[in-house]
Write a protein that binds this ligand. Structure first.
Ligand code: HEM
Length: 509
């Protein structure tokens, strides 16, 4: 057989050309150099579509699990699980009141792995609400909402709102008793909102009650409008993280490392003090292998592999945990929705149960005043607290940590006491059946709790002379009250919204 100019036979030539073709193909897709150099690692991050959102190197503090707790990433992974699972679910679901429930049953008994699909969608939705809320707490407690990140905090508040709406609109879709009455209660709470409440409810339900019009509206919001909106706002959120200089970090990490004087013996030259009449270039004043004054390579690590591998590990762990949960625990499905037969108790989804509890004391204070005040406080906090000390430090300072403990414990005690008095006396209405409504609105557990939190805020502010530490106390009191009331709503409220201990059984109707 004749050899070619490379001295190869036909088979050898074919192999060489195939290798070349493969190499060209690979080069057209993968454009980075060898990954054993910083240059190659930087190229991976820059050239990859999915990775180029990250910087090529990140500060060490960003990689500390104890700082972020990975909560933003977990929330995002859950969102991805929800999108992928939700699209598959759309192949089976029909948003019609005479078919929706049957489709749920089909998922359970007919579609292969349909139950697993439904379970993971349900648990991931609950998980996302919890993860986003905890992420918000982490951002607050580390003071990461301060300049330049104040706008990203506001974007985050919008994301939180969208997450709640996404979960709420999905709640109706199974069209069972749980869904029907939870949405009925949830939208009733909405109608307490002054001026526009009733109109908003009408618009959302497409009528005065939950029915076919509501189902189709919730469906369109759930599968199209809200996910697209959330994705768009998430894009802004991630973009702002980059533009704000990456994640926040403690000052000592953020400030330029103090220049260490070179020992004369090491530099091999006599060191003179700088001449005050001369202008020096940066290169002459900064010690180290790089002229970067602020974040030198000493404080940073390459994003590949340090950040990317951590993100991958966290994503796989999140997916695995929710897979296991979905294999073990089934998503609830009660009887088909029956508008003639109300659930008793009819409970809103768990993340609105604190609100439902507050509304049970006073519709105006619990359903309107407190939610409105909370929203305003969340939106304005980054524009009020503009101090720079303590940013990137959990609870701001050791004293801030002690204040958080005090706020948490004292708020639990206050909530328990108010609940006890309310149950014992029946509240203002129980003590004075003829009391005017405005008096019931002024004196009830919801307004007294609010008063306690405000007093706590001003007293700690006065004693510590620190707005930040007082805010840590207020926020902790708020989160504790929310958690306690949610636990009460989920576990301790029975028929007619009466109080039952965990171990007490409800009366049989
Ligand atoms: C769908 C919901 C959300 C997702 C997927 C998300 C995702 C993320 C991720 C991945 C990060 C990077 C650091 C980390 O993991 O902690 C981050 C940072 C941040 N997030 Fe979110 N987030 C969401 C909602 C929120 C909310 C509700 C807030 C506040 C109200 C918020 C405020 C911030 C801020 C200020 C940062 C920068 C933190 C820093 O510099 O330390 N985010 N977010």
């Amino acid at each position: 057989m004749k050899a070619n100019r490379h001295g190869e036979g036909m088979l050898g030539g074919f192999r060489r050309n195939a290798r070349l073709l493969f190499r060209n193909l690979l080069d057209s897709v993968v454009r980075h150099g060898p990954v054993d150099t910083d240059q190659g690692r930087a190229e991976i991050m820059n050239q990859n579509f999915f990775l180029h959102i990250f910087p090529v190197s990140v500060h060490k503090n960003t990689l500390r699990f104890g700082y972020t707790l990975g909560l933003g990433v977990i929330a995002f992974v859950l969102f991805l699980i929800l999108v992928v699972g939700g699209i598959v679910l759309m192949f089976y679901y029909v948003p019609a009141t005479d078919q929706a429930y049957q489709r749920m049953k089909d998922l359970e008994f007919v579609v292969s792995n349909g139950n697993l699909l439904r379970n993971i969608h349900r648990w991931a939705a609950h998980g996302m609400v919890a993860a986003v809320f905890l992420h918000m707490c982490r951002v607050f407690y580390t003071g990461s909402f301060r300049p330049p990140r104040e706008f990203n905090w506001v974007v985050g508040v919008v994301l939180f709102f969208l997450t709640l709406l996404l979960s709420f609109t999905g709640y109706l879709l199974p069209w069972d008793q749980l869904a029907f009455w939870a949405i009925t209660v949830g939208t009733n709470i909405m109608s307490y909102f002054p001026f526009v409440g009733k109109e908003m409810r009408y618009l959302l339900l497409g009528g005065n009650e939950v029915g076919q019009e509501a189902l189709i509206r919730f469906y369109v919001l759930h599968v199209a409008i809200l996910p697209v909106l959330l994705l768009a706002v998430l894009g802004v959120h991630f973009w702002r993280i980059r533009k704000d200089g990456g994640l926040s970090r403690p000052e000592e990490d953020a400030s330029p490392s103090a220049p260490v004087p070179l020992p004369a013996a090491e530099s091999g030259a006599e060191v003179f003090p700088p001449d005050t009449r001369k202008t020096y270039g940066l290169m002459e004043l900064v010690r180290g292998r790089t002229p970067m004054v602020d974040r030198g390579p000493e404080d940073t690590l390459m994003a590949w592999p340090h950040l990317v591998f951590r993100l991958l590990t966290l994503s796989i762990l999140t997916l695995t945990a929710f897979m296991i949960l979905s294999l073990l625990v089934g998503a609830p499905l009660k009887d088909i929705a029956n508008p003639q037969f109300p659930e008793n108790p009819a409970k809103a989804p768990w993340y609105f149960l604190a609100l439902q509890e507050l509304v049970s004391y006073s519709a105006f204070v619990g359903g309107v005043f407190i939610p409105f005040l909370t929203l305003v406080a969340l939106m304005v906090i980054p524009y009020i607290d503009r101090e720079s000390t303590g940013t990137g430090v959990w609870f701001h300072s050791p004293r801030g940590r002690r204040i958080a403990w005090l706020a948490g414990l004292s708020t639990t005690a206050v909530v328990s006491l108010l609940l006890f008095l309310q149950i014992r006396t029946g509240g203002m209405r129980g003590l004075y059946p003829d009391a005017p409504q405005w008096l019931v609105d002024v004196i009830n557990p919801a307004s007294l709790l609010l008063l306690y939190l405000i007093v706590f805020f001003f007293v700690t502010g006065y004693v510590t002379d620190s707005l930040r530490e007082a805010s840590v106390g207020l926020f902790t009191g708020f989160v504790t009250a929310l958690t306690t009331l949610t636990i009460v709503g989920v576990y301790l409220r029975g028929p007619n919204w009466e109080f039952f201990w965990f171990w007490q059984s409800w009366p049989v109707p």
